[in-house]
Ligand binder design. Structure first.
Ligand code: BTN
Length: 249
């Protein structure tokens, strides 16, 4: 019998490192168009037009943040793709805990907070269609404030960084490795086991449920996270499902 040795491990997905770019999201979609494999990651030192949720800008000072976009070609039905934003938020919160010892809380839908201030944000964008039979491409974008020593007046008191929280400069690659490992792990669990385990872990780490929240001008008590990721809010005797919006608590 021929000894063929142990089976080859699948190659790690490519990691593309860039200096200044408009947005790592755009680069990731371009790479996906060119056939980049599932899991391809793009990191940059600076974005000139970083994208935030709901059409907002995501600003950074050069070298101060983890700016990451990951191409995903998930084994999920279209309706389940939005759940990948919970994967991004949870992977980031766990990575911050593991590498910086930070207690990070999740705010619906996918903000990562420390002591009530935003330390990281997640943006999920997808492109569906194109060639018949082609898998949808999702890019999960993650921005983590690492070295900021302060924030512009409009963010003061609402944003924070690892440096401000710990007084230490966290190595960007250490955090990157932990985030990528968490993304891969939680994404597989979502594909293999459904939303249940991810939902349980998200609920355990959220500061949203049980609190009075205001979403787009309407106030109620957040009571649950639905099986499709919607936030369930009780307003008096009415229960409302929120599928998109900004929560203030
Ligand atoms: C939010 O609004 O909270 C989401 C912010 C997401 C920012 C990240 S930074 C890396 C990636 N590239 C972008 O242009 N946006 C995401």
């Amino acid at each position: 019998m021929t000894d063929r040795g142990s089976p080859a491990r699948p190659a790690a997905p490519p990691l593309v490192r860039l200096g200044a770019v408009e947005s790592t999201q755009s680069v990731a979609f371009e790479l996906a168009e060119q056939g980049a494999p599932d899991g391809t990651a793009v990191v940059a030192d600076h974005q000139t037009r970083g994208r935030g949720r709901r059409g907002r800008l995501w600003r950074d000072e050069p070298g101060s943040s983890l700016l990451l976009s990951v191409v995903l070609k998930p084994r999920l039905p279209l309706a389940r793709l939005p759940l990948l934003s919970f994967v991004g938020a949870l992977a980031t919160a766990e990575a911050l805990h593991e590498t910086a010892g930070l207690e990070a809380h999740l705010k619906w839908p996918n903000d990562v907070l420390t002591r009530g201030r935003k330390i990281a944000g997640v943006l999920l964008e997808s492109r569906v269609g194109g060639l018949a039979g082609r898998a949808p491409v999702v890019v999960v974008g993650i921005g983590v404030n690492l070295g900021q020593t302060g924030f512009p007046p409009d963010l003061e008191g609402r944003a924070t960084s690892v440096w401000l929280e710990t007084g230490r400069l966290l190595d960007r690659d250490t955090l990157l490795d932990a985030v990528l490992a968490g993304l891969a792990r939680w994404r597989r669990r979502l594909e293999d086991e459904g939303f249940g385990p991810l939902r349980e872990r998200w609920l355990a780490q959220t500061g949203t449920i049980g609190h009075t929240v205001t979403v787009d001008g309407r106030t109620g008590v957040a009571v649950d996270l639905d099986a499709d990721g919607a936030l369930v809010v009780r307003e008096g005797t009415n229960v409302r499902r929120i599928v998109a919006g900004d929560v203030r608590s």
